[in-house]
Design a protein around this ligand. Sequence first.
Ligand code: HEM
Length: 357
Amino acid sequence: MTTLNAPDHVPLPQPVLAPLTRAAIFLVLTVKPEPESCATIRSFCSDLAGLIRAVEFRDIDAGLTCIAAFGSEVWNRLFGDPRPAELHPFREFRRGNRHAVATPGDVLFHIRAGRMDICFELATQIMERIGDAVSVADEVQGFRYFEDRDLIGFVDGTENPRGSVALGAALVGEEDALFTGGSYVLVQKYLHDMKAWNTLSTEAQELIIGRKKLSGIELSDTAKPPSAHTALTVVVENGKEVKILRDNMPFGQPGRGEFGTYFIAYCRTPRITELMLENMFVGRPPGNYDRLLDFSKAVTGGLFFAPSATFLEDVGEEQPAAAPAIATPPVASDPPSPTSVRDTSLGIGSLRGERHE
Ligand code: HEM
C-alpha cells in the first residue's frame, strides 16, 4: 500500500531535470500477469534509490541517474488508487502512411550517465532484481553524437527549456496535489531512412527541420515553412509558449542499416506532447504535416508516469485497493473525425509565442 505524502511535505522529484549525458539506456518492460510479479516490482520500488546510489558511487563523476516510470494499465495493478490524473494509454495518431503507433510497455527505466558502462551496470542490476517478473518489450542504448546532433545531422535539443522554466514545464505541480513532483514521460523509437534523407539537398533538409544544418540557427519566419518540424512542435496556449523537456538520443547498428532517434519527452501534462504529435502526424491544419515523417518512422510508442522519488520510497509490498480500469483512448485516424481534429487543434495557435526561458 502506498503511503501518501503529508500535504505539507514537498516530494522530491526523480532526476527528470538531470543534464544531458553522453550515454543512456531506455529499458521498456512489461510486468508478467501473476500477482507475485507485481509484488516483486512493488518491493523493488523502494529499493531502487539504494541500488542507484551503489552503482553511482563506483564512479561518482559519471553522473549516473535513473528514472522509473509506469504505464496506465500497470499503475492500477501496482499502486491502485489514487492514480495520476492524466495517466492513460498512449494515444495513437494515424493519417495517410504516418502512424504514431502504441506498443506494449508497463515500466520504463531511463538510465543516463557520462559513460555507457555505468548505465549498463545499473540496467544489469535492475534486471537481476526484477528479471523474473517482467518481459523486455524494448531496450535501446543511446549515445551522444557529434555536437549533440541526431543521426540526420541536426543539432537536437537546442530549444529545450532550462532552469526554472524546465522545472515548470516538466513537473506536476498543485494541479494534481497527490502527484506533485511527478512527470509524464512519452517515448517513441524512430528509424530513419538515411538513404532517402541523404538524397535531399542540405537546403531541403533545413526546410524540413526549420533550422540551419551546420550552425543550428533557426530559419527566419519568412523562410521557415509552416510544415517545418520546429514550427509544428511549437505549442502556444493563452499567448504563452508551452514547453516539453526532451532528451533524444541517437542509436543504431550501421552493420544492419539501422539509424534511429529515441525520442523521450517529460512534461507536467501529456496533453502538450500529444498536441505536438497530432501536429506532426495529422498536421496543423490537417494535411500540413511534418515532412520529417516521410523519412522517419515511429516503431514504438508509450506513455508513462514517473512519480516522485518520495512516492517510490514509500511504496509498500501489499497489494493495493483495486482502481477502476482505464479505457484505451481512440486513435486519431485517417480520415479523422472532423470534430476530434478540430477540437484538439483549436487553442494551440499556429503562431510562435513569446519565449519564456
Ligand atoms: C525523428 C524524431 C525527431 C527528431 C530527429 C527531432 C529533431 C529535432 C531537431 C533537430 C530540432 C531542432 C533543435 C531543437 O530545438 O532541439 C527539434 C526541435 C524540437 N522537437 Fe523534435 N525531433 C524528433 C521528434 C520529435 C517529436 C516526436 C516531438 C514532440 C512530440 C518533438 C518536439 C520538438 C520540440 C518541442 C522542438 C523545439 C521546437 C522549438 O521550440 O523551436 N520532436 N527536433
